[in-house]
Design a protein around this ligand. Structure first.
Ligand SMILES: C[S@@+](CC[C@H](N)C(=O)[O-])C[C@H]1O[C@@H](n2cnc3c(N)ncnc32)[C@H](O)[C@@H]1O
Length: 248
């Protein structure tokens, strides 16, 4: 176990450093200052988001998660490579959690309009931690494509962003494909995907992009690179792929 003190949070976190765990199995102990220990599975997002600052402490600080900043920077890089500006993009943040990605996008000039997550606790935490960041926040494990299509049209959305939220038991690739279909030509799809170059999630998404070849509005990859997503609780480096495609 690795322990650290968080100032004035009313709790401390102790990571379970047992080696060999998959991401979905990683756990930590939340020590409440007023007594009591709580063992929490990191992927129990509803519980994690319910404690203000806990997601940032564990995922951003202790596990050094680079996905939010990486996906935001790659989106802007791809837009500029296509002769577009960050300021011209209007983003839908899928698997948005409590808004860490939205904040990174906004810091780079992207207009963040909508978020979505599988659990209502994420929506509540986003409004609690980053009020005003998302004008719309949808909740559902499988979003209503008609609702998303109307939102994309009515709000002029041009970027579908998902950091650490596709595959690995999160948003299934076929659901991502349906949502991406709702975006108009000229839109960007910006993702971080488990497994670096050899991951199944990454190859499923790359296949999804390849399958659009020959269609009227094919998707074309603009940015594709491996990066260090975060460290595991056991201290191993976890590499992901950052992928940005544009719809012709
Ligand atoms: C690793 S977290 C990443 C959160 C955020 N993107 C970030 O980087 O800070 C994955 C998020 O995806 C959400 N999620 C999982 N399955 C989902 C689904 N089917 N639809 C939408 N969101 C989902 C989880 O609730 C969680 O908030």
């Amino acid at each position: 176990m690795a322990t650290a003190k968080e100032p004035a949070a009313g709790w401390t976190v102790e990571l379970d450093t047992t080696p060999g765990r998959r991401q979905a199995q990683e756990e930590f102990v939340l020590h409440h200052a007023d007594g009591g220990d709580e063992r929490i599975v990191l992927h129990d997002y509803a519980r994690v988001y319910a404690v203000p600052g806990l997601y940032e402490e564990v995922v951003q600080h202790r596990l050094q998660c680079a996905s939010p900043a990486t996906v935001a920077a790659a989106l802007v890089e791809a837009a500029e490579a296509e002769g577009r500006t960050a300021e011209g993009l209007r983003a839908f943040d899928l698997g948005a959690g409590n808004g860490v990605v939205g904040e990174e996008l906004r810091a780079r000039g992207v207009t963040v309009v909508a978020g979505a997550d599988g659990v209502a606790e994420a929506r509540d935490a986003a409004h609690r931690d980053r009020p005003g960041l998302y004008a719309h926040y949808l909740v559902g494990e499988r979003l209503d494509v008609g609702e998303v299509t109307a939102l994309v049209r009515d709000e002029g959305l041009t970027a579908l962003v998902a950091a650490g939220a596709v595959g690995e038991g999160h948003v299934p690739v076929d659901a991502l494909a349906q949502l991406w279909d709702a975006f108009p030509p000229g839109s960007f799809l910006a993702l971080t995907l488990a497994g670096g170059d050899d991951g199944q999630d990454a190859s499923d998404v790359e296949q999804m992009i390849a399958d659009t070849a020959g269609s009227e509005h094919a998707s074309r990859t603009v940015v594709r690179r491996r990066f260090r997503h975060r460290v595991s609780m056991a201290g191993d480096e976890l590499h992901y792929l950052v992928l940005v495609a544009v719809k012709e």
